[in-house]
Every structure is written in structure tokens, then in C-alpha cells.
Write a protein that binds this ligand. Structure first.
Ligand code: PEP
Length: 247
């Protein structure tokens, strides 16, 4: 089974998303692969209604570190559960880079999300500068060690790792399948080192970064890749559905 996750980022309105979801639900009716979509907070309640009875999982793109209280502008894990959200993205590079989200914060968010019964898609990945300096492995090791600090091996069943090299996100320049295979093997080795060989093998790892209808199949067929996290190319319901159907 493959995992196809979409990330809307800050796009569309609630009015727009209704037609989108109707198309997606129709086109994924008998889908055996896992299909999921991370939407803006404002869309979640409506999306839940439109996804009722479908195979499509519903996610948010972020979650608060704290449980509740004086955190103006934040949305808690309880609030997300209350409207029927299944999972949340955590640590997307846009959150880390634009909003200075630290590994410490990512770690707190993961713990909060899991405690409240949300599944987690943990986004990791290196910058171009790190890649060019030849420090991808040490960077990912530090990132994963800090993000997963204090989490138990049995909690990994509710965590998906999305490897998204920052230089490939939204740039139209995806990593090559050779690069993806090599780096995802590194990710699995790091998880094996932190937990166990079994954990390294079994953890679900997605690739993200300029996945499109042309490179989708070859990326999904790359060794070690369980699926894809798709930004720009998920915004058109027909395009997204035909990628899923092509599997
Ligand atoms: C993303 O937002 O996680 C992403 C991978 O975006 P894109 O597919 O547009 O590169």
C-alpha cells in the first residue's frame, strides 16, 4: 500500500474546497492506497462533512504545542480532534523557516498530538546549503534525534516521516530517484539507530518536493519510498486523483 498525502498550504477558500472534495471523493471511491489531505484550519469542519464515508483522511497543517489557555491565534490538538481531524503535519519547512519553529517545539507538538490521538506527519529535510556542504546525514540525524526525543518505539506506528529536501519544495526541481533512495535509506538508518532495526524498516517514509504527474510514479516506485507528500500538484482535484489512480 502507498500513502499519498496532499498539502494545501495557504490556498483556496471553503467555498472552493467543496467542489474539490466532491471530485476527490468520487475519484477515490474504491482506492486501496491511503489518501489524505492537509487543509487550512478554516476548511476542516466543512471538509469533514464532505469526506464522511470516504477513504480520504483529513489533516491540519500545524498544531499548538500547548494544551489550552492564553495562546492567541493557536489551534489545539483537542480542537482538531473535536472537528474530526485524523492527522496533522508537524515541522513543515515553511513552519521551521518562516516562523522559526525549532526542533524543541516540533518535539512538543508531536507529543501533544499523539497524546490527543492525532496521527503525525513529521516533515524533515535539509537546505541547499547543507546539501552542498555534504552534511545531509549529520543534519538529518540531529533533526530526527531532537524531533523524536523522549518518544517510545511503539509511538512510531502513529508517525509518518516526510523527507522533504527544502531545495525541492515548490521549486519545480525534485530530487532525483537516486538521491531520494540514498537519503531515505539514511533516514531509516537513523531511526534504526535511535530505536531498532525493525523500527527503521517499518517506519512509513514519504518523499516530498515538487512531486508532479510526470515524476510521481518513478518516485513512488523508488526503493524505500512508501508514498509522497504533494503540495502544488494536489491543488487540482483531477490532477491529484489521476496521480493516485495511476498507481
Ligand atoms: C510541500 O508543501 O510539502 C511540498 C512538497 O510542496 P511541493 O509539492 O509544491 O513542492
Amino acid at each position: 500500500m502507498k500513502y499519498i498525502y496532499g498539502n494545501f498550504k495557504m490556498n483556496s477558500t471553503v467555498s472552493d474546497v467543496k467542489a474539490y472534495l466532491m471530485t476527490l471523493v468520487t475519484n477515490t471511491r474504491d482506492e486501496k492506497n491511503e489518501v489524505a489531505i492537509a487543509l487550512p484550519y478554516t476548511h476542516l469542519t466543512t471538509a469533514k462533512e464532505y469526506l464522511e464515508g470516504s477513504v480520504v483522511k483529513l489533516g491540519s497543517q500545524n498544531v499548538a504545542e500547548e494544551e489550552k489557555g492564553a495562546f492567541t491565534g493557536e489551534i489545539s490538538a483537542d480542537m482538531l480532534k473535536d472537528v474530526g481531524v485524523d492527522f496533522t503535519l508537524i515541522g513543515h519547512s515553511e513552519r521551521r523557516n518562516i516562523y522559526n519553529e525549532s526542533d524543541k517545539s516540533v518535539n512538543k507538538k508531536i507529543k501533544m498530538a499523539l497524546a490527543k490521538g492525532l496521527e503525525v506527519v513529521l516533515c524533515i529535510g535539509e537546505s541547499l546549503q547543507t546539501k552542498e556542504a555534504g552534511k545531509v546525514e549529520s543534519f538529518l540525524k540531529k533533526q530526527l534525534e531532537e524531533d523524536l526525543k523522549g518518544l517510545y518505539e511503539n509511538e512510531l506506528k502513529s508517525i509518518i516521516i516526510a523527507y522533504e529536501p527544502i531545495w525541492a519544495i515548490g521549486t519545480g526541481k525534485s530530487a532525483t530517484t537516486k538521491e531520494i533512495e540514498k537519503t531515505i535509506a539514511i533516514v531509516r538508518d537513523i531511526v534504526a539507530h535511535i530505536y531498532s532495526e525493525k523500527a527503521g524498516k517499518e517506519i512509513v517514509v514519504l518523499y516530498g518536493g515538487s512531486v508532479n504527474p510526470d515524476n510521481f510514479k518513478s518516485i513512488l516506485n523508488t526503493k524505500g519510498v512508501n508514498g509522497a507528500l504533494i503540495g502544488g500538484a494536489c491543488l487540482d482535484a483531477n490532477k491529484f486523483s489521476s496521480m493516485i489512480k495511476s498507481l
